[in-house]
Design a protein around this ligand. Sequence first.
Ligand code: ZN
Length: 241
Amino acid sequence: MSIKVTVWNEFVHEKHNERVKEVYPDGIHNAIAEYLKTQEDMIVRTATLDDEEQGLSNELLDDTDVLIWWGHAAHNKVKDEYVERVYERVMKGMGFIALHSAHFSKPFKRLMGTTCGLRWREIGENERLWVIEPTHPIAQGLGECVEIPADEMYGERFDIPVPDELVFIGWFKGGDVFRSGCCYRRGYGKVFYFQPGHETYPVYYQDEIRLIIGNAVRWARPVMKRELLGGIHVPTPIEKI
Ligand code: ZN
């Protein structure tokens, strides 16, 4: 069965900032989708904030196994009722991958329950992304580390819950470190936060970064989709008591 992936992007910087337009002329979502579309086990669609229902219609979400999210300038424009739609789908089994500045996106904050604040610096320093769990499915096909020539620095402390699995730690030339690849289980769904990908650097064209995102899609695909139990349940005992 193919994995149905939806790459959601607010698609704001690419329209208004010349530098970003140069790097991602068709938008970050299409740069990511372009790679995922080469994967035989994936059916890939894109959605943006300007689409009908902000690209988050019930029809689309019901037909999505893994939702990838990139946002930065327009987090607050995403309607709360649509955020709830995303949250509920994750509870029922949909995978959610938050990229870079999506650490402050409404769905990611809703799923984490913390401020998701961090320290940042944008001077184009190089990053070394260390693979600290080489046996993890998301790290397959990588060496000991991935060299990113230039990216925005994200540094600790990152106010997230302790990850269920930490796959990558990012080191930046300026001396900071960051939990750059974090896995969570929420309800029946899986969540992956991945730090690289500031809009002015061509990070999403880099082979290893694309490989990681593809691996993350496969890892986050639903094992099952079902309703979470709500309210109070008093099950009948299995044994006679
Ligand atoms: Zn950024």
